[in-house]
Ligand binder design. Structure first.
Ligand code: G1P
Ligand code: ZN
Length: 552
């Protein structure tokens, strides 16, 4: 690698207008990212805005999707031009989001750039994304993403090390050190540090014993980033048979699939557990490895329930045996964890959607566990949700309890009662129709209190507002809530991560005490709430859809 390549400034005739980072960074189609200067101008804004770039260390990697390696090359050349001292990246550029979070913290980096569009499809016709994380390892706070966006709006050029001639490019083929002008590019194996962290949190030997004792497990990596992590962890470290990890080779287009671990997109795994009886436990993670889905034989674990179960059983994991500081859930997540927290005497925080809101609580030591209904669970070990961590936590509980997933759930509901819960997603609605529906409901909120709804009364109708207990910052308009007099709830939100049209999310919840009916089908149990919100918000008429795209 040569250090003689000159830094050049590429002028931009006009700045891009659509580089506003959303809930999870800048997420656009791969085609958009392929346009000349598009990726570069966003990276320029990041390098100008992120504190400490000159002389600092930056962690860079991604979920292996189309565009990942090219982006690493661009970031290296631009980092060198901005005086970055060290870039830590990985073989093949493969780095899961939780592993990136850990690496940022471990290396005391100024932050990281994660190349992923999470669970969105990949490939030249799919999506790409650039997510910026701060020095605590967590998603950039609003203040930083707004500053990056403001910078993109006035950009007149970007600085980059000239390609060709002097700079031979970064080789991601094997671990090693390379230099590029004043920049050291350190290529490491992206899996081993993460595995060492898991080794500290859990009693892996005990899980290995479980896996040897007629407890067949299956993991679906959906051809995304967790393949190499899961193979090393489950098959090599824990001794599960070869072939336990399905679709374990990361592919640039995820094999044409949609790497989202839910019953719709991970249907092969779902069928293995729900229609067959070969496996006692099944799990999947998403494109970048931060989401998880947990299944038992004939049993799907709702993510809201999963957080409650982990909280109730936390003491089985060495890392949490000393007790929890507190817990948090996102507002649309069911209150199952609240009931557990109350019984255990823990504070339970309710935050807006998006992992970044947990960051302050974690940094301040106010919570240990947190989660979202959208298949995200995590703890204070990193500042992102962590898919494989959740899988290991469940296996730790099963290793201790020596019962089935179904029995864990039945026992949990018999003790704490059951929160019937479902999310209905209406995807790719024309933006105008979605906003029309949402704005109408928002405008009606003030008139809804006291009104009849699905045989109950609406006790409170509001637009969720969050005052951060750590720094006092206030986030308004975080979702429309109808809180009913029997403790049931319906919440409406518009997605901040979709890339086509708009996505409406409808969250439905009803509580059944431990003495009540615990074995109903959730869609049936929530049927009256579903019918009532469809009518009140005019969902079929306004979306033109008579059923949701995805039901969780
Ligand atoms: C979705 C989920 C949210 C999660 C985010 C990033 O955001 O609902 O819980 O934090 O993806 O994984 P949304 O599309 O709803 O804005
Ligand atoms: Zn993800």
């Amino acid at each position: 690698m040569s250090s003689g390549a000159p830094v050049i400034t590429i002028p931009l005739s006009s700045p891009f207008q659509d580089q506003k980072p959303g809930t999870s960074g800048l997420r656009k189609s791969s085609r958009r990212f392929a346009e000349p200067h598009y990726l570069e101008s966003f990276i320029e804004a990041v390098l100008r805005t992120l504190p400490g770039v000159a002389g600092g260390t930056l962690v860079v990697g991604g979920d292996g999707r189309y565009g990942n390696q090219r982006a690493i090359e661009v970031i290296a050349r631009m980092g060198a031009a901005h005086g970055l001292a060290r870039m830590v990246t990985t073989t093949g550029g493969i780095l899961s989001t939780p592993a990136a979070s850990h690496l940022i913290r471990q290396r005391q980096a100024i932050g990281g750039i994660i190349l992923s569009a999470s669970h969105n499809p990949g490939g030249p016709e799919g999506d790409f994304g650039v997510k910026v994380n701060g020095s605590n390892g967590g998603p950039a706070p609003e203040s930083l993403t707004s500053a990056i966006h403001a910078c993109t709006l006035t950009l007149d050029g970007y600085r980059i090390l000239e390609a060709g001639a002097g700079a031979a490019g970064v080789s991601l083929a094997a671990p090693g050190m390379q230099t590029m002008a004043g920049l050291t590019v350190e290529v490491i194996d992206g899996v081993s540090d993460y595995l060492a962290l898991m080794e500290k949190l859990f009693d892996l030997d005990r899980i290995a014993e479980l896996l040897r004792s007629d407890f067949p497990v299956v993991f679906d990596a959906l051809h995304a980033v967790t393949g190499p992590y899961a193979t090393q962890l489950l098959e090599q470290r824990l001794g599960a048979p070869a072939g336990t990890v399905h679709n374990g080779i990361p592919l640039e287009d995820f094999g044409g699939g949609h790497p989202d671990p839910n019953l719709t997109y991970a249907h092969e795994l779902a069928a293995l557990l729900l229609d067959g009886d070969r496996y006692a436990f099944g799990a999947a993670c998403d494109g970048d490895g931060d989401r998880n889905m947990i299944l038992g034989r004939g049993c799907f674990v709702n993510p809201s329930d999963s957080l409650a179960v982990l909280t109730a059983n936390a003491s089985v994991a060495p890392a949490y045996a000393g007790g929890l500081a507190g817990v948090a859930r996102s507002m649309p997540t069911s209150a199952a964890v609240d009931v557990v927290a109350k019984e255990l005497g823990l504070t339970c925080f309710e935050t807006p959607t998006g992992w970044k809101f947990f960051g302050n609580l974690l940094d301040a030591g106010r919570i240990t566990l947190c989660g979202e209904e959208s298949f995200g669970t995590g703890s204070d070990h990193v500042r992102e949700k962590d898919g494989l961590w959740a899988v290991l936590f469940w296996l730790q509980i099963l290793a201790e309890r020596r019962c089935s997933v179904g029995e864990v759930m039945a026992g949990h509901w018999a003790r704490f009662g059951r929160h019937y819960y479902s999310r209905h997603d209406y995807e790719a609605i024309p933006s105008e129709a979605a906003h029309g529906l949402y704005d109408r409901m928002q405008g009606m909120l003030a008139t809804l209190s006291g009104e009849a709804f699905a045989g109950r009364r609406i006790a409170t109708a509001d637009d969720f507002r969050y005052a951060d207990p750590v720094d006092g910052s206030v986030s308004e308009h975080q979702g429309l809530r109808l809180l009913l007099d029997d403790g049931s709830r319906v919440v409406l939100r518009l997605s901040g991560t979709g890339t086509q049209g708009a996505t409406l999310r409808v969250y439905l919840e009803r509580y059944e005490p431990a003495s009540g009916q615990l074995g109903l089908d959730p869609q049936a149990a929530l049927g009256d709430l579903i019918a009532a919100i469809n009518a009140l918000a005019e969902i079929p008429a306004r979306t033109g859809m008579d059923r949701p795209t995805v039901i969780t």
